[in-house]
Structures are given as structure tokens and as C-alpha cells.
Design a protein around this ligand. Structure first.
Ligand code: PMP
Length: 417
């Protein structure tokens, strides 16, 4: 690999940078911001900020309930955002898009609405050891209440799923196979098609945690044939406070509600209530209206750039970063080689705690993340308590990776003294 090759796939990456006001920021110590913490949350383009601002300035009102101009405009924009999201992931209908607060809430919604109706003693839920806590803890809580068994697909030393024992883990007892599409620590992209086929063979439902995939690559729910997909707006150029649960229509229709309140009902009597149609059955109370509109603008923005180009850019950046990081003495990269991963690299640096790495990098203006990244069982598997993680997105450049490498070398010098 030619390590000094320029990043060129995303034509006009500089132009993309201009769309993100925060990237012009100079930090209090005079350093320009090098934002490499995108797996935690991405930055927002002007178009998203403007769409939310416009809602509050011009047509702020509650949705669905009012028969007045502002409410009708707000409702139209809110529902247009839902349709954009459906189109973005190739869902057959906008009715299959449930707005949630994020990936975490989406998984909890499936656990409580679908899980409570479908899981019991003798049943199994299969997850993997590379899951984010959001796809572990809800199942552990529910397991206590319902008495099903939670099982885990182990990991190889290389940082991929160890599928050698899948036949014994995925059986007719498995009611749900829930796994992450792209790992937020290892960068591993899991073979969804193969895993869905294995689940189908035993009649298990499939939930895919798309928190790190939907923002970074084209995802087609019909081609992948998943039953449930969750993702978060804030990792894909949209605002915080909103995310998406996609599900097959018949599953949504059959699932009981997760939370009760206004808007999710058709009729309420003292003797009982009737539920609204999907997706409203799962959206009680006033939704995150400005945030949905912002997510719609983010989807427009990413669509305009093109998800294939976002993916290609991520790949080039990660290959360049992988090669350059491999030059740093004592640096251990978690997960597979550069060709088999998404746009992030978690690593350890001999003799320096990840929090210290992060603090020293911050002095150079470089924002990365340190800790267990909400994936403790994964870190246990590789016998590291914590790691540092650099994660890239469409506006990052090779020269920013050079700044990262220089800062890592400086960190080593500080600790060698
Ligand atoms: N799953 C994965 C793989 C993630 O990376 C994250 C966010 N770090 C989540 C789930 C949870 O997302 P949120 O905090 O937006 O609910």
C-alpha cells in the first residue's frame, strides 16, 4: 500500500468540510479542530442546522393534532422526514419507520414490545460478544423477567465473529438473533446476509444494530431481509434525541405498544383503549419534531453526497490511518485488517492509558474517544480494560490523520521522559 497516497475518492472533500460550520473552529489553545470522534457523534452540516432553525422560526407547532396552518405545515414536514428515512434504507413504506430517541430506545422497544409477547422459558435470544451495551443490557434485564436464555456468539482473535459453532448456538430454540452490523470498537463489518440466512433456517427473527453502519454505507433493509433495524440520527449528520426503528409491517402490526399515552391510541374509554395504527402505536406523546425534520435534512444531505462515496472515503481514510498507525511503536490495533473494517480504529499504546492518550491528543486539537466505548465484554475478550478510538467521517482528510499520528508520537515522547 502506498502510505503517502492522497485521499481522493471523495471529490471535493474540502467542499464537504465547508458545509460543517464547526469544522472551522479554532480551539482555545489556538489549534484547529481535528474531529475524529465520529463514532460517538458526528458533526452537523449547515443544511441540518438551518432546517431545524427554520422550523422553530416559521412553523413551530405540535403535529397531528391541530387544524391550523402551522400545525399542518409541521405535520407535513415531520411526515416528509419519515418518508425520506424510509427511502434512505429502502423500506417498503414510511409506516415501517418508528421514530425513537436513538438506537438504544429502538432495541428496548423491540425487547419490551416484541420480546414480552414472544419470549419465555425454553426460548433463546442470541447476541454476540462484540455488542454495544445497548444490545446486551435490555436482553439481560428481560431475561430476568421472562426466563429465556441469552447466548453469545464468541469472537476470533482477529476481531471477527467466530461462526464455527453457529450451528449449536443458533437452533430452533432461538427466537431472535440480534447483532451489530458494524462494530463500534473493532470496526468489523458483519456478514448480515449470511447471518440472516442462518437465522431464517431455524425460524429466528433478526434485529440488526445499524448505529455504525447506516451512517457510513448504503443499507437496504429489503435486500438484507432483516426483521428489525435500529439506528441513531446523531451519528449520521442529524440531531441528537431522535433515531429510527424499522420493522417488517406484520411484526409492527402484531406487537403490543411499548409505552402508553396520547397519540398512540385510537380510542380511550374508562374500560380500556384501542391502539392507533402503525407507526403511531409506538410513538406516544409529543414527538421530537424539530429533530425529525433535522434528520430528514441529514438524509437529504447524505443522499446528495452519495452513500457509496461516503463508504469509499471511509475506506480510503481507514486504510491510510491503519498503515500510518502501524508505524507507531507499541501501538496495538483492535480488530481486523484495513480491508475488512469500517471507518474507525480502536487501539492501545504501550505504557499509556487511553484517557492520557486522549488528553494529550486534545492538546493538539485532536478529538478522539477513550474508554470501553460501551462494549465491556468485547474489551474483556481481548484482555484490555479500555482503548482509544479514532473514528472518521466524510469530512475528514489524510492530513488530519497525519496530525493524529504526530500527536500520538508526541504522547509517546511525553511518557518516555
Ligand atoms: N450500538 C452501537 C454499535 C453504537 O455504536 C451505539 C452508540 N455508541 C449505540 C448502539 C447506541 O446508540 P445511541 O446512544 O444513539 O442510542
Amino acid at each position: 500500500m502506498n502510505v503517502s497516497a492522497p485521499i481522493s475518492t471523495l471529490d471535493g472533500a474540502e467542499a464537504v468540510r465547508q458545509d460543517f460550520p464547526i469544522l472551522q473552529r479554532v480551539l482555545p489553545n489556538g489549534r484547529p479542530l481535528v474531529y475524529l470522534d465520529n463514532a460517538a457523534s458526528s458533526q452537523k452540516p449547515e443544511a441540518v442546522i438551518r432546517a431545524m432553525d427554520d422550523y422553530y422560526r416559521r412553523y413551530n407547532a405540535n403535529v397531528h393534532r391541530g387544524v391550523h396552518t402551522l400545525s399542518e405545515e409541521a405535520t407535513a414536514a415531520f411526515e416528509a422526514a419519515r418518508a425520506k428515512v424510509a427511502h434512505f434504507i429502502h423500506a417498503p413504506s414510511a409506516r415501517q419507520i418508528v421514530f425513537t430517541r436513538g438506537s438504544t430506545e429502538g432495541i428496548n422497544l423491540v425487547a419490551y414490545a416484541w420480546g414480552r409477547a414472544n419470549l419465555g422459558p425454553g426460548d433463546e435470544v442470541l447476541i454476540t460478544q462484540m455488542e454495544h451495551h445497548a444490545n446486551i443490557v435490555p436482553w439481560q434485564i428481560l431475561q430476568e423477567q421472562l426466563g429465556f436464555t441469552l447466548r453469545y456468539v464468541p469472537l476470533t482473535d482477529q476481531g471477527t465473529l467466530d461462526l464455527s459453532q453457529l450451528d449449536t448456538l443458533l437452533t430452533e430454540r432461538t427466537k431472535l438473533f440480534s447483532f451489530v452490523h458494524a462494530s463500534n470498537v473493532l470496526g468489523t463489518i458483519n456478514p448480515v446476509t449470511e447471518l440472516v440466512a442462518a437465522a431464517r433456517a431455524v425460524g429466528a427473527r433478526v434485529l440488526v444494530d445499524g448505529a455504525q453502519s447506516v451512517p457510513h454505507m448504503p443499507v437496504d433493509v429489503q435486500a438484507l431481509d432483516v426483521d428489525f433495524l435500529v439506528f441513531s440520527s446523531h451519528k449520521m449528520c442529524g440531531p441528537t434525541g431522535i433515531g429510527v426503528l424499522y420493522a417488517k409491517r406484520e411484526l409492527l402490526e402484531a406487537m403490543p405498544p411499548f409505552m402508553g399515552g396520547g397519540e398512540m391510541i385510537r380510542e380511550v374509554k374508562l374500560t380500556g383503549s384501542k391502539w392507533n395504527s402503525v407507526p403511531y402505536k409506538f410513538e406516544p406523546g409529543t414527538p421530537a419534531i424539530a429533530e425529525a425534520i433535522g434528520l430528514g435534512a441529514a438524509v437529504d444531505y447524505l443522499t446528495e453526497v452519495g452513500m457509496e462515496r461516503v463508504l469509499a472515503h471511509d475506506r480510503e481514510l481507514v486504510q491510510y490511518a491503519y498503515a500510518r498507525m502501524s508505524e507507531v511503536e507499541g501501538l496495538r490495533i483492535l480488530g481486523p485488517g484495513p480491508d475488512a473494517r469500517g471507518g474507525l480504529i480502536a487501539f492501545t499504546l504501550e505504557g499509556i492509558h487511553p484517557h492520557d492518550i486522549s488528553a494529550i491528543l486534545d492538546r493538539a486539537g485532536v478529538a478522539i474517544r477513550a474508554g470501553h466505548h460501551c462494549a465491556q465484554p468485547l474489551h474483556d475478550r481481548y484482555s484490555v480494560p479500555a482503548s482509544a478510538r479514532a473514528s472518521f467521517y466524510l469530512y475528514n482528510s489524510a492530513s488530519e490523520i497525519d496530525v493524529l499520528i504526530d500527536a500520538l508520537q508526541d504522547a509517546q515522547n511525553v511518557f518516555m521522559l
